[in-house]
Design a protein around this ligand. Structure first.
Ligand SMILES: [Zn+2]
Length: 358
């Protein structure tokens, strides 16, 4: 079991490193989006009777990108692949990070042993642990087994080992709230009047590709190509067009709302005196309550409950600058993935929004 423990520590380091290298402040404007067509090349993804996941998702992604370019010529659209080639999960995330992307959308199709299963679902990287969520994540993460040197690139992570997911799900990304917002919009579109998919909901799961990116990100499962009717729909011209429209409409809604929220926050502050925001440094998050005493080297820990998870905060400050100044020290104490958050009462708001309210 010693080996197991060593591995867990290595994975914990991996989790702590996460995407924090690329952490950035968001102006609130959506200027760049990365569209990630799952699988490709020698990795077909899920296989249906007449089609492969890699072909359907590439088609849908290219259509979505074309719609974004057509309606928002100022938005830069980046594809992790625009043809039938294999791209490592690691590289997919890197492409998004290096380009300082504002949003990351990974598109997939699902398959199940039971051919009767169908419907669309949208995932965010999250702490919720249900068996079926883990199953979907395992299937998608298994792509790394087709990569050369995957043991080195992922610190020995084994996508089939439940224990390897423990460290990964201990830390919540700074973009969790925004990712959820985008996921809600995508899911609403997929089950809407044009796409008409059965609603399997917005869910959370330990997806490697989402774990590695530093911006709001989602993984969409358009439907099951193991189901005859759904496969026929997804491979049809009408189906692919409807799915692309759904993704585009969700992008449009998210972008519009996000860009309006900053100016409206300032207006609200001007019209009425709102409670001033309080700033903290978030050091951990968990679906289950954690023991405050287990956080070493930091004091005055506060626990808050946000979006179904317990978050652990330190470095309480009245200004953003104050909190930002405390961040390097806290990171040096072993909380490398820590980031600044702001609260009004028990409501978490973005640091930018809070700054505007000061
Ligand atoms: Zn997939």
């Amino acid at each position: 079991m010693k080996n197991g423990r060593l591995k867990l520590i290595l994975l914990l380091i991996l989790a702590l490193q996460g995407a924090s290298l690329y952490a950035q402040d968001y102006s609130g404007q959506i200027k760049t989006v990365t569209l990630d067509a799952g699988h490709g090349g020698h990795d077909p993804g899920a296989i249906g009777a007449k089609s492969k996941e890699k072909d359907i998702v590439l088609d849908v992604v290219l259509r979505t990108g074309a719609l974004i370019k057509q309606h928002y010529p100022d938005v830069k659209v980046i594809y992790t692949r625009d043809k039938d080639v294999f791209v490592k999960l690691y590289d997919r995330a890197n492409i998004a990070n290096i380009n300082k992307t504002d949003l990351f959308i990974s598109v997939h199709c699902n398959a199940a042993k039971h051919k009767a299963v169908y419907g669309a679902e949208t995932f965010v990287m999250g702490l919720e642990k249900t068996e079926s969520n883990l199953e979907v994540a395992k299937k998608e993460n298994a792509s790394i087994l087709l990569e050369a040197n995957y043991t080195e690139n992922y610190n020995g992570f084994d996508p089939n080992n439940d224990e390897d997911y423990i460290a990964m799900t201990m830390f919540q990304s700074a973009s969790f709230d925004q990712s959820l917002k985008l996921a809600d919009k995508v899911q609403k579109q997929l089950i809407g009047p044009e796409c008409k998919r059965y609603d399997r909901g917005v869910r959370q799961g330990p997806f490697l590709v989402l774990h590695k990116v530093a911006m709001p990100s989602i993984l969409v499962e358009l439907g099951f190509i193991s189901n005859v009717a759904e496969e026929n729909y997804l491979r049809s011209e009408a189906g692919k067009k409807a799915c692309a429209n759904a993704l585009f409409n969700a992008f449009k809604e998210y972008k519009t709302e996000k860009e309006a929220s900053l100016s409206s926050a300032v207006q609200t502050a001007e019209i009425e005196k709102v409670e001033p925001p309080i700033f903290y440094v978030q050091i951990a998050a968990s679906a289950n309550k954690m023991n405050i005493k287990s956080f070493k080297n930091v004091d005055s820990i506060e626990e808050k409950y946000v979006n179904g998870n317990y978050v652990y905060l330190t470095g309480k400050s009245t200004t953003l600058t104050q909190a930002k100044n405390k961040l390097p020290t806290i990171k040096n104490k072993g909380y490398k993935d820590a980031f600044v958050v702001a609260f009004i009462g028990n409501r978490r708001i973005s640091a930018r929004e809070a700054e505007a309210l000061q």
